[in-house]
Write a protein that binds this ligand. Structure first.
Ligand SMILES: Cc1cc2nc3c(=O)[nH]c(=O)nc-3n(C[C@H](O)[C@H](O)[C@H](O)COP(=O)(O)OP(=O)(O)OC[C@H]3O[C@@H](n4cnc5c(N)ncnc54)[C@H](O)[C@@H]3O)c2cc1C
Length: 474
């Protein structure tokens, strides 16, 4: 047994960061390597009357895996692949396995995760706990739709196996339940068969929101992935201008060099930008331009060059290259400066999405707090209890805290919250830093909140699993 101390080890107090660096909290951090180690941490929590916040790679933008003055149970060292069936594409992993580890392990056998986030550094436990979505959410649903079963260690020491057939209620609540019921200890996923390491990719420049929606809607039926970049500085007839990237799997037999393109080495992101600049220094070069005039100019240049280059031509890109664009520049978040950034992502039903996003950007521009990055996606509803997705669209907005004071930003996001609630939309705990309990609960509805509370008292009656986010929202 590792980490079994049964007494709180005061030497474990660390300052734990939110990914966006806009908040941090002291916590007693334990990193067990197996289930016995988890039990030891539970015992230490009992002995010290402490709560436990579960943590994966800490890639949630806000306070989802912070636990002020409590225990932080970091599962990144439980990172073994338990079982792999390359015929069926079924894999069972420990919760600390990252998406990077996962795709690197399976791709040479012709498989790829059904759902990945914009960064490959998240753990499967963290991904399941937030029920992450990819650029194909409208088509394949969230990661939970591809989880066949998981085992979970409750605080009372029960090791529960959950699936759609067994403990189904807990299955649908814990996936997307932001770590409130217990620690996932193993997760079984169905992967996607791919016959090539390449995707067919098309880029389309979009003049404004009307055009952006048109481009998405007209491509939904024959695309595998769709994602939009929004230049949030565009205004007037250019409000919501940007670029859409669409990608499709190659058909069986299309890639004559599939053995090579499916090799990990041919998926890896380049070490240097434009073959020259080492990636590790790029964020430092970005920093002087990460302010209003700088981002306005860079966005404009990106939009103009995108409009020139993206004339409906297709090109090939590796799966990793397309999926993990945000990983091209390591530590890019540091370009935002020491105050960091927060992200605001809202999910709006189809009927009101366009008007709501127009209103949201107009509000940001009125405040003079313009997001430096806007990302646009299409979604579908799913049957997980705390689902953040709707049949509609989401827009994720990155706000720099170096560019505004926190008070003004909070007033701004409170106005944005109202637009989401009025439209019957949803929020995403993985991205949230600003939401109030009343807005979050209004978005979920009374019945969902009541079911969540019921399940919480059934599986965690002492309320041991908590995080700063859960105390703020529910
Ligand atoms: C650059 C970037 C791009 C992103 N792109 C996307 C995207 O495209 N789509 C998307 O959906 N999300 C995206 N995210 C968000 C990210 O995928 C989620 O926040 C994810 O949950 C992070 O996983 P993690 O391993 O870092 O977990 P953490 O952030 O450490 O924790 C997330 C939650 O999981 C819980 N948890 C962690 N491990 C376990 C466990 N073993 N058992 C039970 N609960 C556990 C924690 O308590 C917490 O509530 C992005 C984040 C970044 C930084």
């Amino acid at each position: 047994m590792t980490d079994v101390n049964h007494k709180l080890d005061l030497g474990r107090l660390e300052s734990v960061d939110a990914w966006g660096m806009a908040s941090r909290a002291p916590g007693y951090v334990y990193r067990p390597v197996n289930v016995e180690g988890i039990c030891g941490v539970y015992s230490a929590a009992t002995a010290a009357h402490k709560t436990i916040g579960l943590r994966g790679a800490g890639c949630s933008y806000g306070d989802a895996s912070l636990n002020s003055e409590g225990i932080v149970l970091d599962l990144t060292r439980m990172n073994r692949i338990i079982d792999w069936d390359p015929q069926l594409g079924l894999i069972t992993v420990e919760p600390g396995v990252t998406i990077r580890q996962l795709w690197q392990y399976v791709i040479e056998d012709g498989w790829w995760p059904m759902v990945v986030s914009g960064t490959m550094f998240v753990t499967i436990g963290g991904a399941a706990s937030m029920n992450i979505h990819g650029k194909n959410n409208w088509k394949v649903g969230p990661i939970g739709d591809h989880i066949l079963r998981f085992t979970m260690m409750t605080y009372e020491g029960k090791h529960l196996e959950c699936s759609r057939e067994s403990n189904s209620e807990l299955f649908h609540a814990a996936i997307g339940g932001f770590g409130m019921f217990g620690a996932f200890t193993s997760i079984t996923l169905q992967l996607k068969h791919v016959s090539s390491g390449l995707l067919d990719v098309e880029a389309v420049a979009t003049k404004n929101f009307d055009h952006l929606f048109e481009v998405f809607e007209s491509r939904l039926d024959d695309s595998d992935y769709l994602v939009g970049w929004v230049d949030c500085f565009g205004s007037g007839s250019g409000l919501g201008r940007g670029l859409v990237h669409r990608a499709n799997y190659l058909h069986e037999g299309d890639d004559l060099e599939s053995i090579q393109t499916l090799r990990v080495v041919n998926q890896e992101l380049p070490d240097a930008i434009m073959g020259l600049l080492p990636k590790s220094v790029v964020w430092r070069l970005m920093q002087p331009a990460t302010n209003n005039p700088g981002v306005r100019a860079v966005n404009f240049a990106k939009f103009i060059s995108g409009a020139k280059l993206s004339d409906g031509q297709w090109h090939h890109q590796s799966h990793a290259g397309f999926a993990f664009l945000l990983d091209y520049v390591p530590n890019w978040k540091k370009a935002y400066g020491p105050k960091g950034l927060i992200q605001y992502q809202s999910f709006i039903p189809v009927a009101s999405a366009k008007e709501t996003f127009k209103t949201q950007l107009t509000i940001c521009q009125r405040y003079g707090i313009v997001p430096y990055l806007g990302v646009f996606k299409r979604h579908r509803a799913d049957d997980f209890l705390m689902s953040h997705a709707v049949n509609g669209y989401s827009m994720a907005l990155d706000f720099s805290l170096g560019n505004c004071d926190r008070g003004s930003l909070l007033s701004l996001t409170a106005e944005l919250d109202r637009t989401v609630l009025d439209a019957g939309g949803r929020f995403y705990p993985a991205k949230d830093s600003t939401l109030s309990a009343s807005s979050f609960q209004e978005s979920l509805g009374k019945e969902t909140v009541a079911t969540f509370r019921e399940l919480k008292s059934k599986h965690d009656p002492a309320g041991i699993f908590q995080t700063n986010l859960s105390r703020r929202l529910i």
